[in-house]
Design a protein around this ligand. Structure first.
Ligand SMILES: [Zn+2]
Ligand SMILES: [Zn+2]
Length: 197
C-alpha cells in the first residue's frame, strides 16, 4: 500500500463483527499508536455486550474498512471529525478506488482526547489505582470519541445531542467497567452531576 508523505499506516483487525481500521499517523508517534492499536484490536472486541450494544447498529452498517486519521491535536481543537462522503482524504479515495467499494473515514486527536474529561476523574477511587487510572481513562475516552465519530459517519442525519448522549453514557459505563476490572472501588460519580454538554 502506498505511503502518504510523512505518514505511516497500520492496519488493525479487531475480528468478527468489526470492519478493518487503517490507521494513518505522523512518523515518530509509534508509542501512542501502539497504545491505540491495543485499544482497537484487543479492548474493543472484548467489551461486554451491554456496553457496546448501543453501537451495534453503527458497527453493523460500517463498510469493510475505515480509515482513521490520527493526529496528536487538531488545529480547530475538536477531538475528532467524521468525513462525509466526498470529503475523504486522498488516502481513503485511493483505497476506495483500489477496492472498488466505499471507504469511510474519521479523524481523531488523541492527545486532546487524553486530556478530555467528560466527567471529573478526580471523583474516582483514584488512590487505589494510582497511575493506572489515566490509562483506563484514555481507553474509555478514545473509544467513546471513536464510536461517536463512527455513528456520525453511518447516520449523518442523527443530531449531535443524541450522538453525544450515547457516547457520554458509553464513556461512563466503560469507566465503571474498567475501574472495577482493575480492582478499584468503582466509579464514584456523583449521581446528581449534570451530563456533559
Ligand atoms: Zn473541528
Ligand atoms: Zn459529534
Amino acid at each position: 500500500m502506498e505511503r502518504v508523505r510523512g505518514r505511516e499506516q497500520l492496519l488493525v483487525r479487531p475480528g468478527e463483527g468489526f470492519p478493518l481500521f487503517l490507521l494513518a499517523y505522523p512518523k515518530g508517534e509509534e508509542d501512542a499508536i501502539e497504545e491505540i492499536e491495543t485499544i482497537l484490536a484487543h479492548r474493543l472486541p472484548m467489551l461486554p455486550h451491554r456496553i457496546i450494544e448501543p453501537y451495534a447498529p453503527t458497527l453493523a452498517a460500517l463498510h469493510g474498512i475505515v480509515v482513521v486519521v490520527l493526529r496528536p491535536r487538531n488545529t480547530c481543537e475538536c477531538l475528532g471529525h467524521c468525513h462525509p462522503r466526498g470529503t475523504e482524504s486522498r488516502l481513503a479515495r485511493r483505497l476506495a478506488s483500489d477496492l472498488n467499494s466505499p471507504v469511510g473515514e474519521i479523524d481523531l486527536a488523541y492527545e486532546a482526547i487524553r486530556k478530555w474529561e467528560p466527567h471529573p476523574i478526580s471523583s474516582l477511587a483514584a488512590g487505589e489505582l494510582g497511575g493506572q487510572l489515566q490509562a483506563l481513562h484514555f481507553q474509555a475516552a478514545f473509544l467513546g470519541v471513536f464510536l461517536h465519530e463512527l455513528e456520525h459517519l453511518v447516520f449523518p442525519n442523527k443530531v449531535e445531542r443524541d450522538i453525544r448522549a450515547t457516547s457520554n453514557d458509553f464513556y461512563m459505563n466503560l469507566m465503571q467497567e474498567l475501574v472495577s476490572q482493575a480492582g478499584g472501588a468503582g466509579y464514584g460519580m456523583n449521581a446528581s452531576a449534570p451530563p456533559d454538554g
